[in-house]
Design a protein around this ligand. Structure first.
Ligand code: PGA
Length: 242
């Protein structure tokens, strides 16, 4: 495990984007696993800057997003389809048919999960999986539970997750109750995992996730078993590692 703690957000963003651009420069057909939420926004901004400066092209890259809400229209501003367009896809040369996100509006959600798993299998391996961390230790939308599912599946969101995400909606009632998420098996199969954590409110959970006993009740503890885990944290989140 490789842990880096940054004194300011800009340095963290540049470091995160630098890891991604270096990979794509040396491996133009790289497969990237993408995350949403507040955490990666600044890294996507730096990727767009690198693209605009001509330092990187995404035209042969394939991306798989971790998750999507169930039942939220794709053009709803808080859907992860809309998020990815807003923060990354609209600004780079990644062909949209190479940018995969689970369809939370599919008529048959089980079939959609199966299809997503098939596409992941066809891609063979995610070269770099970007991950944020939930306050309850979730990764993607793999919520704490007594058991976890390996492949893409439908999940009921925990109340704390809906509360955390309510800041983006008018009220908690508008936050969807379910989502589709890549499973922990797929996440752990990635060649490299890039975990990004920011803020004092994540200091305890990231410390437990990376140093505590491995338990499905904190899904992020499973990351301790990964051979190539890179963690980028700001000083507030990394407080307990100093
Ligand atoms: P955040 O979400 O980046 O908005 O804090 C992280 C997560 O829930 O995985």
């Amino acid at each position: 495990m490789n842990i880096h703690i940054f004194q300011n957000q800009q340095e963290l963003n540049e470091a995160g984007a630098g890891i991604i651009t270096s990979l794509v420069q040396t491996q133009p057909k790289a497969v990237l696993g993408l995350a949403t939420g507040g955490t990666p926004v600044g890294i996507y901004e730096e990727l767009v800057k690198a693209y605009n400066k001509g330092r990187v092209s995404f035209k042969s890259v394939t991306t798989f997003n971790l998750d999507e809400y169930v039942g939220l229209p794709e053009d709803h501003p808080e859907s992860y389809h809309a998020y990815m367009k807003q923060h990354l896809f609209a600004h780079i040369d990644l062909p949209l048919n190479q940018a995969l996100i689970p369809n939370g509006n599919a008529a048959d959600l089980e079939e959609e999960c199966e299809l997503y798993n098939q596409r992941l299998e066809e891609a063979k391996q995610i070269d770099l999986q970007i991950l944020g961390l939930g306050h309850n230790g979730h990764i993607g939308f793999n919520e704490p539970d007594h058991s976890l599912i390996s492949g893409t599946h439908r999940v009921e969101l925990k109340s704390e997750t809906r509360e955390a995400n309510a800041r983006y909606f008018n009220s908690i009632n508008e936050v969807p109750s379910h989502a589709l998420t890549m499973g922990v098996g797929t996440i752990l199969k990635a060649k490299t995992i890039l975990l990004i954590v920011r803020g004092a409110d994540k200091a305890e959970i990231v410390h437990r996730a990376l140093t505590g006993p491995i338990t499905t009740e904190i899904p992020a503890t499973l990351l301790q078993t990964h051979p190539h885990l890179v963690v980028l944290m700001d000083a507030e989140a990394g407080r307990l590692f100093e």
